[in-house]
Design a protein around this ligand. Structure first.
Ligand SMILES: [Zn+2]
Length: 130
């Protein structure tokens, strides 16, 4: 199946070809096309759907059990979160970093994902300079 963005998209206001752009909102990367004349922007339809899903997941609070496994404690990460990260990230890194953020709060970092975001942000910067 071909992607809608593989086609030439013309701005209905200006009658000029729209350019492919990427932007990040709340850590989520959107594909979009933008008219360089009037700045009219069209989001990729799939990304629009995925972002809604992302917002739903971000607003959810799960209650998970802390279990003793050997000398460590273990918690289960809900499958829907990991699946979503996997879908967005394409490759899953089994090694995640964990830090004691502050009293009462731990954070997990999916390394690969962070690196990808950084990469995209740098790409964006380069585009703006060039
Ligand atoms: Zn336009």
């Amino acid at each position: 199946m071909s992607d809608i963005f593989d086609n030439t998209i013309i701005c209905k206001n200006c009658d000029v070809e729209m350019k492919k752009v990427q932007f990040i909102r709340n850590g989520f990367t959107f594909r979009a096309v933008q008219c360089m004349k009037c700045n009219n922007r069209i989001l990729h339809p799939q990304d629009k759907i995925d972002y809604e899903h992302y917002s739903q997941l971000r607003n959810k609070t799960y209650s998970v059990k802390l279990r003793m496994v050997g000398n460590s404690y273990s918690v289960s990460i809900p499958k829907e979160i990991v699946n979503f990260i996997n879908e967005q990230n394409k490759i899953m890194d089994e090694l995640v970093s964990l830090s004691f953020e502050r009293m009462g709060k731990l954070s997990l970092n999916f390394q690969n994902f962070e690196e990808n975001i950084k990469q995209i942000e740098e790409d964006e910067k380069e585009k703006h300079h060039g």
